[in-house]
Design a protein around this ligand. Structure first.
Ligand SMILES: C[S@@+](CC[C@H](N)C(=O)[O-])C[C@H]1O[C@@H](n2cnc3c(N)ncnc32)[C@H](O)[C@@H]1O
Length: 215
């Protein structure tokens, strides 16, 4: 049986509203990321933190619409990944969206070593907040981040991610100094401190649609 991406998204939203809270990106933030994808027109998207497939279906559909080639969704929890794989199939997006099961650092290395991903046009970070910087630095090491790569990071305002914001906003000199002094921990991770990111903060609503600050 096949449904449309829109019908599957509507069904997940309905389930989340009526049966069990789901930590999906939701429609409000979803619209913002959709706009980013429509503007950037990425060929290759990597998402870290796939959960049950909501964002992979919502954004994978947009990537297909703008002529993109692949949407790779990394998820470490095999049960979530199994649900996600089924829903992606149901949404008719299994030709473009691939679920990769395992912890992000191992899976990024796997994508690099198997040459499945050489460069990333858009990286969507939506997993464990303290791992955003580490995993971005892994992607930098693997040469996956190139001029023009767009990073989309969820929840950097609430609950917040000062370490990630400090990293992407630092100058190459600041990054090198922090790496040397150990302030930016995990020297073995490395990264490419010469990369300069332009950063833009988008204030928005929480995933349930409740404005930030109401919790
Ligand atoms: C907020 S949910 C992702 C929601 C999803 N992007 C969406 O909007 O539908 C975070 C997910 O990240 C996964 N996760 C956490 N740490 C991870 C890691 N190191 N590697 C891969 N997945 C991870 C969790 O299992 C969880 O499913």
């Amino acid at each position: 049986m096949r449904g449309s991406p829109e019908a599957v998204i509507a069904a997940i939203d309905e389930y989340g509203r009526t049966t069990k809270f789901l930590m999906n990106i939701g429609s409000h933030k979803g619209d913002i990321v959709t706009e980013v994808i429509t503007t950037c027109r990425p060929e290759i998207v990597v998402e870290i933190g796939g959960y049950v497939g909501y964002s992979a279906i919502l954004f994978g559909n947009v990537v297909r619409r703008v002529g993109g080639k692949r949407y790779i969704s990394i998820e470490e929890n095999p049960s979530f990944a199994a649900v996600s794989t089924k829903l992606i199939e149901l949404a008719g997006l299994d030709d473009i969206v691939t679920v990769v099961v395992g912890p992000s650092d191992t899976m990024l290395r796997h994508l690099y070593e198997t040459k499945a991903v050489r460069t990333i046009d858009l990286l969507f970070l939506d997993h464990l907040k303290p791992l955003y910087t580490r995993d971005l630095r892994h992607c930098e090491n693997f040469g996956m981040i190139r001029p023009g790569t767009t990073l989309v990071a969820d929840d950097v305002i609430q609950p917040g991610n000062p370490q990630y914001l400090a990293y992407v906003r630092a100058t190459p000199l600041e990054k090198k100094a922090r790496m040397k002094s150990g302030i930016l921990n995990g020297e073995e991770i490395g990264g490419d401190p010469t990369l300069i990111y332009e950063s833009r903060m988008i204030h928005t609503f929480h995933m349930s649609g409740v404005p930030v600050g109401w919790y």
